[in-house]
Design a protein around this ligand. Structure first.
Ligand SMILES: C=C1C[C@]23C[C@@]1(O)CC[C@H]2[C@@]12CCC[C@@](C)(C(=O)O1)[C@H]2[C@@H]3C(=O)O
Ligand SMILES: O=C(O)CCC(=O)C(=O)O
Ligand SMILES: [Fe+2]
Length: 328
């Protein structure tokens, strides 16, 4: 019998564990719900082939005269690069991380006041891809689209303004950086002025793109060898701009090599190609399959900014689109 997407969504009941993170402060051992089966695929190329370390993703100076060529090459080969000289003040990045640290340090019952609703896209919760996996991730996140006000008030009824201002400023900086990078990438693909106009006026309207901000927290983990911070996935939009603190954990999958670490470079931001950019580039840029492994002694934080066409981002709120992307 034929069924509509919205019907599928109505029939899909998210279980609480697919929204509510574990209260990490209360556990001393890895619970079975979070213990992933160890397979060969699980281990990292870095650990199994210490003698033949794969070269890692390029670090590109945004002001370099040949930046178009450098970015084009990096995206064709890796779908990813790190960017320096990007004009995002390190003081602003530090402030965002400090606010994230403060948010995730709140008691669980306080964080749950800003819990993402089952049909919503913003607020506190586990990664949206969680229902795809039988085990749970060693991770908690907080998603912001536009103003963070609504959820920040639930967390700090009297002192939420500073949090909102910092998140607003960071989103503005990220949007303008993502736009700059998008233009450079289109140029590297040979998109001429006329085609740029076309993309501009089409329903995809790339030039009116918006962003969503995701604060990620990976608490210290009693058994990181069997836990997964963020399960293997690709990001769905055009570009992701990521700040990771100084703790390893992010890995990308390379055909024929395996899982390869992306080491933190102080001051650099990671840029990775998402599914939409992969499509727009006619598959010349690969979308990056990546994951995060937690750490035994240090709490890892990252700040991801997802940049994509306004229409598609607003559809992330819409149940039938969500069921298409996340539930099928
Ligand atoms: C705009 C978005 C991208 C994202 C889904 C979301 O609506 C907000 C959270 C984002 C995130 C972060 C963790 C990995 C990911 C796959 C997920 O489950 O939620 C991405 C989503 C994405 O790239 O589609
Ligand atoms: O924490 C990281 O390094 C990666 C986060 C990520 O992949 C995401 O938010 O989509
Ligand atoms: Fe990701």
């Amino acid at each position: 019998m034929a069924t509509s997407l919205s019907q599928v969504f109505r029939d899909t009941h998210l279980q609480p564990k697919h929204i509510i993170p574990l209260d990490f402060d209360t556990v001393r051992e890895l619970p079975d719900s979070h213990a992933w089966i160890q397979t060969d695929d699980f281990s990292c190329a870095y650990q199994i082939r210490m003698n033949e370390l794969p070269t890692t993703i390029p670090v590109i100076d945004l002001q370099a005269p040949n930046v178009v060529e450098l970015m084009g090459n990096a995206c064709r080969r890796w779908g990813m690069f790190q960017v320096t000289n990007h004009d995002v003040p390190s003081s602003l990045v530090d402030e965002v991380v400090e606010h994230a640290r403060r948010l995730f340090a709140l008691p669980a019952e306080q964080k749950l006041k800003a819990l993402r609703s089952p049909s919503g896209a913003t607020g506190y919760g586990v990664a949206r891809i969680s229902p795809f996996f039988s085990k749970l991730m060693w991770h908690e996140g907080f998603t912001i689209m536009g103003s963070a006000g609504e959820h920040a008030k639930q967390l700090w009824p009297h002192h939420y303004e500073d949090f909102c201002d910092v998140m607003d400023n960071y989103q503005k900086k990220m949007k303008s950086l993502a736009y700059k990078i998008l233009l450079l990438l289109l140029k590297s693909l040979g998109v001429d002025e006329e085609d740029q106009q076309l993309l501009c006026s089409s329903s995809a309207s790339l030039y009116q793109s918006e962003s969503a901000l995701q604060l990620n927290s990976y608490p210290t983990c009693p058994n990181p060898n069997r836990a997964v911070g963020l399960a293997p996935h690709t990001d769905s939009l055009l570009l992701t701009i990521l700040h990771q603190n100084d703790i390893n954990g992010l890995q990308i999958f390379q055909e024929g090599i395996g899982w390869t670490p992306v080491p933190p470079v102080p001051g650099a931001l990671i840029v990775n190609i998402g599914d939409l950019m992969h499509i727009i580039s006619n598959a010349r840029f690969p979308t990056v399959y990546h994951r995060v492994i937690p750490n035994e002694t240090r709490h890892r934080f990252s700040i991801a900014c997802f940049y994509g066409p306004r229409l598609i981002l607003s559809l992330h709120h819409c149940p039938s689109f969500r069921s298409l992307v996340f539930d099928l």
